[in-house]
Design a protein around this ligand. Structure first.
Ligand SMILES: [Zn+2]
Length: 95
């Protein structure tokens, strides 16, 4: 998986938390993406990842339908999507 600095677009190493080209911290987006993915996969049925991403309205919708089991399946799919997304896409979409 190759990563690029969201600020200057220079390639980054996977374990790099600060861009060597512009000095911007790039750890935040990566951390949030993985946390959101894990929350979605394990607690997605309750919409916890939606609350985490600041989409409280969607989170409540998940809570309302969590008895059905459908939200659990959607949560797992969303978690996989989050984890497969590039850091830039995730940061652009969910900040
Ligand atoms: Zn940079």
């Amino acid at each position: 998986m190759s990563r690029f600095c969201p600020n200057c677009g220079k390639p980054l190493h996977n374990d790099q938390d600060v861009c060597l080209s512009c000095g911007k911290s790039v750890a935040g987006a990566r951390h949030n993406k993985i946390a959101a993915g894990i929350l979605a996969i394990f607690l997605g049925g309750f919409g916890i990842h939606k609350f985490y991403l600041g989409q409280a309205g969607m989170g409540i919708l998940y809570l309302v339908f969590c008895w059905s089991g459908i939200t659990e399946i959607i949560g797992i799919i969303e978690g996989i999507i989050y984890l497969c997304m590039s850091d830039e896409d995730f940061a652009a979409k969910y900040h």
